[in-house]
Design a protein around this ligand. Structure first.
Ligand SMILES: *Cc1c(COP(=O)(O)O)cnc(C)c1O
Length: 393
C-alpha cells in the first residue's frame, strides 16, 4: 500500500506555538503597553545575545528589516547592490525601494548561495553593497565575500531570513556581516507573526536603522538641526525620510518566548535533515543539499533536487504527485530576474544565470518544521521514494 498523507497533509513549514507563547502574549494584552513598551528592548537584547551581535533593531517584517539595512548601508539612486537571483524577491525589492539597482550574480551549484567569483565579476564603480542570501539556512560564503567587501570598501548585508541559529567557522550568523537581516514570519525558525530584525556591531548603523524605523524622526537634542527655535518636551525633528516599520510589544513578547526555544527548534530541524539526507543520498535520481565544511546550517527548508536526466516525469508532474499524496511541497525560488517586473524594467531573460536557473528547475522543498514527529518524517521519505520510483525512465 503506497503511503498517503492526504487526510492529514504536511505543509512545507509551519510555526510551533505552545502555552508559554500564548501566555506571554496575553500578559502584554493585560499590561500597559501593546506597542512601544519594554518587550521590544528585551527582545532586541536577547536576539543580540543569541547571535553574538552588539546591536539588534527589530522591524515590522523581514522585508522592512531588509529595507532598513539597505538604507543604513547608504544605498540610494544610482547605487548598485550585488545579490543572488535564487531568493525571495524581498531583498532585491528593498534595493529598488531606495532607488538603487540590484545586480544579480549567479549562485554556486552546490549550496545555491551567491558565488563569490560571480559576485566579483558583477562589481562596478557604483557597487555599494553585497547582499548574499543564506539559502535554505546554509550560511553564504562570507569569508570570500568579506574579502571582496574589504578590497572595495563596501558593506555586506546578509539576508539571514533562513539562517537564524546557523554558524560559520564557529561564529553565529548575525555576527558575520556588517548588517544581518532576519525574518520572523511563521514559516521561519522562530516567529513573531510578522516581524524581522537587523543585527550589527556598528553603532552608527544601528542608529540609522532606528531612525528609519520611525519616520526618520529623532527626539535626541544632540541631533536637532534647528537648535535655536523654541524647544519644549513635545519637540522632535524629522531629519531623514523613514517609515513606520515599528514592531509591537505583542510581537516581541511572542518573539521572546520563541527565542528561548531557538536551540531546540534548530536541533530538531538538523535531526530531520540528517534523516532526509541519509534516506535520499542513496538515490541516483536525487541530489540532497550540500553542507560545506565549517558551516552549521539552520535548515529553514530542505531543497531536494531531482536528477531529471534519470527520470521520465517532469518536476511539475512529480511536484503534483507529491501534493496529491499530502505533502505540502514548495519550490524555492523562481529566480528573481525572471519575474515579469524584473524582465520588463531591467531587460532580464532566461539564460543569464544558468546555475540559479538549473537549481530552480530541479528543486522541490520537502516538509520541514520542528514539530514534525518521526512518523511524519518517515512518511515523507516513503512518499518521495515511491513517487520518484514511479517517475523513473
Ligand atoms: C521570508 C523571507 C524574506 C522576507 O521576510 P518577511 O518577514 O516575510 O517580510 C526575505 N528574504 C528571504 C530569503 C525570505 O525567505
Amino acid at each position: 500500500m503506497p503511503r498517503d498523507r492526504s487526510s492529514s497533509p504536511l505543509p512545507y513549514g509551519r510555526q510551533w506555538l505552545d502555552e508559554e507563547d500564548v501566555q506571554s502574549v496575553l500578559e502584554i494584552l493585560r499590561g500597559d503597553w501593546i506597542t512601544q513598551g519594554p518587550a521590544i528592548d528585551l527582545f532586541e537584547n536577547n536576539l543580540c545575545r543569541a547571535v553574538g551581535a552588539r546591536f539588534a533593531v527589530a522591524f515590522s517584517s523581514g522585508t522592512a528589516a531588509l529595507h532598513g539595512a539597505v538604507y543604513a548601508a547608504g544605498v540610494g539612486p544610482g547605487a548598485e547592490v550585488v545579490t543572488s537571483p535564487l531568493s525571495f524577491v524581498a531583498g532585491a525589492n528593498a534595493v529598488l525601494y531606495q532607488g538603487g539597482r540590484p545586480v544579480f550574480a549567479d549562485v554556486s551549484a552546490d549550496t545555491g548561495n551567491l558565488d563569490p567569483e560571480a559576485a566579483r565579476r558583477a562589481l562596478s564603480p557604483r557597487t555599494r553593497a553585497l547582499l548574499p542570501v543564506d539559502y535554505a539556512g546554509h550560511p553564504a560564503d562570507l569569508e570570500a565575500l568579506r574579502e571582496i567587501a574589504r578590497e572595495r570598501g563596501i558593506l555586506i548585508i546578509e539576508d539571514a531570513a533562513h539562517s537564524l541559529g546557523a554558524r560559520l567557522g564557529g561564529r553565529p550568523v548575525g555576527a558575520l556581516a556588517d548588517l544581518t537581516t532576519f525574518s520572523f514570519h511563521p514559516v521561519k525558525t522562530i516567529t513573531t507573526g510578522e516581524g524581522g530584525a537587523v543585527t550589527t556591531d556598528d553603532e552608527a548603523l544601528a542608529h540609522r536603522l532606528r531612525l528609519f524605523r520611525t519616520h526618520g524622526i529623532t527626539r535626541e537634542a544632540g541631533e536637532f538641526l534647528h537648535g535655536d527655535i523654541e524647544r519644549g518636551p513635545w519637540y522632535y525633528e524629522m531629519i531623514e525620510l523613514g517609515y513606520n516599520y515599528r514592531i509591537t510589544d505583542l510581537q516581541c513578547a511572542l518573539g521572546l518566548s520563541q527565542l528561548r526555544k531557538l536551540d531546540a527548534f534548530v536541533a530538531r530541524r538538523r535531526a530531520i535533515v540528517d534523516r532526509y539526507r541519509e534516506a535520499f543520498n542513496k538515490s541516483d535520481a536525487l541530489t540532497v543539499p550540500a553542507s560545506r565544511p565549517g558551516a552549521e546550517p539552520a535548515w529553514h527548508i530542505f531543497p531536494l533536487r531531482l536528477r531529471l536526466d534519470r527520470l521520465s516525469s517532469s518536476r511539475g508532474a512529480i511536484f503534483k504527485a507529491l501534493r496529491e499524496r499530502g505533502l505540502g511541497v514548495q519550490v524555492h525560488y523562481i529566480p528573481i530576474p525572471l519575474h515579469p517586473y524584473y524582465r520588463k524594467h531591467f531587460g532580464h531573460a532566461p539564460g543569464e544565470f544558468p546555475r540559479a536557473e538549473a537549481y530552480y528547475a530541479a528543486e522541490i522543498s520537502l516538509p520541514l518544521f520542528p514539530r514534525m514527529n518521526d512518523t511524519d518524517v518517515e512518511d515523507v521519505i516513503a512518499i518521495v521514494g515511491e513517487v520518484v520510483e514511479e517517475a523513473r525512465a
